[in-house]
Design a protein around this ligand. Structure first.
Ligand SMILES: CC(C)(COP(=O)(O)OP(=O)(O)OC[C@H]1O[C@@H](n2cnc3c(N)ncnc32)[C@H](O)[C@@H]1OP(=O)(O)O)[C@@H](O)C(=O)NCCC(=O)NCCSC(=O)C[C@H](O)C(=O)O
Ligand SMILES: [Mg+2]
Length: 293
């Protein structure tokens, strides 16, 4: 059986917003990202750090995956953030503005030195021009188990800021960078989440961008408001039709008459064993979502 953790919806919230941190316990997001970085004003950084650590330690988030985004290690808060996050033992610590493999290579070692539990993984924001240019080398860090690297998160707002590319519908300017990061993540078997959609009141636009992200191959979408969760959960889950087709393909290759075949004609289409592998993954994801929900 393929082990998959659904990451259809990953909701950011400022660590300084107590109501949001509490509300996350009731929201159907697969992943909760407590932010200590850009969503928290400098004066509130220490308060946010303490509040999030207390919330993670107290628990009450059920099956939701808990991630803490720390401030960069080159900022005045980064070192203390890493130590505090390590002791809170979330599922992952998200490192912002990673621009080279070097930015990540030390993090895993430092987490070991801080006695962070093995379950605490490292995630990397891909949101600078240098990160795009070095995406393969950054993803390759995951080859070393000690790095703990398990997921990329696209930071499309920072990418737009640093490149001056516009986040227009269809994200034409951004598409080569999204796909470069995606290819790097897949090459080293790590997950990757799409960037945020800033227009809180445009559900149709969000839906279109979720479909776009899913069709590019992303595992889910990062979100900024509770009203975005349902759409992401729907779009990044296999549909009923996907599941039925996947069951058909798996069953087809289990028939004795197809035992020695690599390619089969099915409903007017060629189906190969690689399609059966894809179908098994679809079924595993659908099952993991059913268990999660
Ligand atoms: C954008 C917001 C500031 C809007 O907040 P607000 O005006 O309070 O929204 P509502 O009144 O509609 O809120 C209704 C209730 O929902 C709760 N709420 C709102 N947002 C969240 C949330 N993100 N998580 C959990 N709960 C949330 C409110 O507290 C209300 O609750 P209640 O009073 O009990 O009914 C706000 O949505 C917000 O702060 N969003 C997240 C911003 C953020 O974290 N930004 C950083 C990440 S984005 C980014 O930078 C990605 C990347 O780095 C890049 O470069 O692209
Ligand atoms: Mg950012």
């Amino acid at each position: 059986m393929i082990a998959i953790r659904p990451r259809r919806s990953a909701l950011y919230m400022p660590g300084s917003n107590g109501r949001a941190v509490e509300k996350a316990k009731t929201l159907p997001a697969d992943t909760v990202i407590f932010d200590w970085e850009d969503a928290v004003a400098p004066d509130l950084k220490t308060e946010a750090r303490e509040a999030v650590c207390a919330a993670v330690n107290t628990g009450g988030y059920g099956a939701r995956e808990l991630v803490i985004r720390i401030n960069g290690l080159n900022t005045p808060w980064g070192e203390a953030d890493l130590a505090a996050a390590a002791s809170a033992a979330p599922d992952a610590i998200l490192i912002p503005k990673v621009s080279s493999p070097h930015d990540l290579l030390e993090v895993g070692k430092r987490l070991d030195a801080l006695d962070a539990p093995e379950k605490t993984r490292v995630w990397a924001m891909i949101e600078t021009p240098l990160a795009i240019l070095q995406a393969q080398a950054i993803a390759a860090v995951a080859q070393d188990d000690a790095s703990r690297l398990s997921c990329f998160v696209m930071g499309t707002n920072d990418l737009a800021k640093d490149t001056r590319a516009r986040l227009n519908p269809g994200r034409a300017a951004m598409m080569p960078w999204l796909m470069t990061a995606l290819a790097a993540a897949r090459a080293y078997a790590i997950d990757i989440l799409d960037g945020v959609y800033n227009n809180l009141s445009d559900e149709a636009g969000l839906r279109t961008e979720c479909i776009e992200g899913r069709d590019c191959g992303f595992d889910g979408k990062t979100l900024i408001h509770p009203n975005q969760i349902a759409v992401a959960n729907e779009i990044f889950a296999p549909s009923r039709d996907d599941v039925e087709k996947a069951r058909d393909i798996v069953a087809l290759f289990e028939l004795p008459e197809n035992a020695g075949k690599g390619a089969i004609s099915h409903n007017g289409r060629m189906v190969e064993r690689l399609h059966a592998e894809m179908a098994k993954r679809t079924l595993a994801l659908a099952e993991a979502i059913a268990e999660r929900d």
